[in-house]
Every structure is written in C-alpha cells, then in structure tokens.
Design a protein around this ligand. Structure first.
Ligand code: SAM
Length: 279
C-alpha cells in the first residue's frame, strides 16, 4: 500500500482541516512538516527493520510514518483524545503500529516495552525534562533515546562541569547515557512554528562509568546540590535537610572542598559524595 507523505505543509493543513483540529499549545503541539527532518531523525536513531520503538506523542503520525517506513515496530503513546481517529486514517495499513492512549508520565513503560527498545520522539516541550528523567532514571531496557528538544535544553543535557548551564539535568542524562547533539532544527520545520530553535539529541544509553552505591540516593544528592546553584555545597546540602556534621564528614571523606559549588563537580565526584553521605 502506498501511503501519502504526512511530513508536508499542505498534507498537514489538509489533515488538520479535515478533522477540525487546531494545534493545542498546552499539549506542546508543534507538528513536523519537513520530510528531511523526519528522515534525519530516523537516521540518527539508526533504525533497522524490526527495531522496537517507543514514540511519545505521535500527533498526526508524521514522525511515526518515517519510523514505520524504516521497518520499526512502533508503540506510540498519545494524550490528546482527538488524535486516535486521525492516526487510524493517516497510518492506516501499517501493520507494526500500536497506539496507546494516555499520558506518558503515567503509563507503565516497563510493562509496555519489556524488550530492548529505542525512544524516538518530537517531545512536547512543556514536560521534556520530566520525560527524559523518567526514561533514564527508571531501569528500563532502553538502548537509545533520540529526541527533539529545545536547543537550550539540548545544550543543558550535554553541558560539561564548570559551564554555567551544567546542572541536575546534565548529570542525570550523562549518568545513564552518552548524549550528543545531532543537528539543529529551525522553527520553520513545524506547524505552528515554535518560538525557539530546536535540536535533536541522541543519547546512547549505557551503564554508569563508575560505581554508584544507591542510584536513587545519588540523584537525590545531585538535585539537592543544585537546588540553589549559587550557594556552596555545604549550604545547599544543609538547605536540603542533610545534617551539617554529616555533610562536613562526607566532604572530607570524599576529598571535596565544601566551599565549591555544585556546578564544578564531575559526575564521579557526586558519586563519591553521595556514597560518603549515605554511610
Ligand atoms: N510527533 C508529532 C510530530 O512530530 O509532528 C507531534 C509532536 S508534538 C511536538 C508533541 C505531541 O505530544 C503532541 O501530539 C501532543 O498531543 C503529545 N503529548 C503532549 N503531552 C503528552 C503526554 N503527557 N503524553 C503523551 N503525549 C503527549
């Protein structure tokens, strides 16, 4: 069956008109209308036939179509109740497509995707960070996360210690994966155009490169350290409720000056600090 291409401005306008839809701002709806960007995302995800893919927010099926054409088995989770009717028409005839109606932050991803899978998504920007943290913090069999995000978020995901934008998101992402900005995307590639430039980030998921005693506690310490990023580590951690005596001993044991600020600590230093705090 030959499918008409969705990634095109006239096709997208036609679909929205036919189903009497408008992009809902509150749901972060900016639909892709650029076939080249769809192709580049599929390439960045290195999709091969038979790959299991989780797509977050398929919208009217634009990126989904690129994934399906590349032979992926796509499970897509969509929150907007008006879109299933659209998708059953735009993606009619594709066999390897499964739609789950619901909120990605509430569905049980582990149950949906029990086998190794890739995440590929043009994310709704209002919940980008929460989605990334959910995907990377939970112990899911995810191998690659390829997402369109705001350029500024892409830069935070890949920021290195010592830079102004290095923060809890950088640590959480780099703890679980090797993130790389693959390419930037102009607002013109979307309908409606977002106010910001976007970027596609490829995160190759891997085991943390150093030992961490308790991963949840590690992330908790990282978040607490960055909660007030202008403060010294001692003050941030005290502010987060850790007893001062304990903090001082932990900093000594891990060989980290308490006057340093969170943004100067490497991921490995956070691991030493959290292990010492945990004792
Ligand atoms: N994939 C489509 C594309 O590239 O044209 C649409 C991308 S649009 C930026 C984001 C999509 O995520 C929308 O379809 C929106 O309805 C959906 N969405 C928003 N919040 C969601 C949530 N919590 N769970 C699942 N989908 C959500």
């Amino acid at each position: 069956m030959l499918h008409p291409l969705i990634a095109d401005i006239s096709a997208t306008r036609h679909i929205l008109k036919k189903f009497k839809l408008r992009a809902v701002k509150g749901l972060g709806q900016n639909f892709l209308i650029d076939a080249e960007v769809v192709r580049d995302i599929v390439d960045a995800a290195e999709i091969v036939s038979g790959d299991e893919v989780l797509e977050i927010g398929p919208g009217i099926g634009t990126l989904t179509q690129g994934l399906l054409e590349a032979g992926a088995h796509v499970t897509a989770v969509e929150l907007d109740k008006k879109l299933p009717a659209v998708l059953s028409e735009t993606l009619e005839g594709y066999e390897n497509f499964r739609l789950i109606e619901g909120d990605i932050l509430k569905v049980d991803i582990g149950e949906l995707m029990p086998r190794p899978f890739k995440v590929v998504a043009n994310l709704p920007y209002y919940i980008t960070t929460q989605i990334l943290l959910t995907l990377l913090e939970k112990k899911l069999p995810v191998t690659k996360v390829v997402t369109m995000v705001q350029k500024e978020v892409a830069e935070r995901m890949t920021a290195v210690p010592g830079s102004k934008i290095y923060g809890a998101l950088s640590v959480a992402v780099q703890f679980r994966s090797e993130p790389k900005i693959s390419f930037e995307v102009s607002p013109k590639s979307f309908l409606p155009p977002p106010e910001v430039t976007s970027a596609v980030v490829v995160c190759d998921v891997r085991k943390p490169p150093f030992e961490v005693v308790d991963e949840d506690f590690y992330i908790k310490v990282v978040r607490a350290s960055f909660a007030q990023r202008r403060k010294t580590l001692i003050n941030s951690l005290t502010g987060a409720g850790f007893p001062k005596e304990k903090i001082i001993t932990a900093l000594e044991t891990s060989g980290i000056e308490g006057t340093r600020r969170a943004e100067t600590l490497s991921l490995e230093e956070f691991a030493r600090l959290s292990a010492a705090l945990k004792k």
